[in-house]
Design a protein around this ligand. Sequence first.
Ligand code: 5GP
Ligand code: ZN
Length: 112
Amino acid sequence: MSECIFCRIARGEIPAGIVYQDDDMLAFKDINPRARVHVLVIPRLHVASLEDIDESHDSLMARIMRRLPQIAREQGLETGFRTIINTGSGGGQEVFHLHVHLLGGGRLPGFG
Ligand code: 5GP
Ligand code: ZN
């Protein structure tokens, strides 16, 4: 069994404020929110980062991307949202299970 913290959240072993889940993915509240809404969207499948994506992940990645606007709307973000994917130590990635930061409401971190 993976000791990866996000795999453990996906398996229900560690509590998290889950706001959306299906067979492919999970969305839960970031433990240290940087905006009024700050949700992490992860594949259930353990993929460490974008560096590890290959053709076998094409449809999974597409399903995650297509789901983001729905998750944002359900969090009350009617006028839009920001997504950030940190990749590798040079990209500021701290948890090595691929995740999309979905942010919105008020001032947002990065890119003004
Ligand atoms: P990264 O820097 O890897 O892109 O982002 C990792 C994010 O995961 C951070 O924003 C951090 O606050 C969040 N995080 C780390 N550990 C946990 C946890 O155990 N539960 C939740 N909900 N978020 C976490
Ligand atoms: Zn994992």
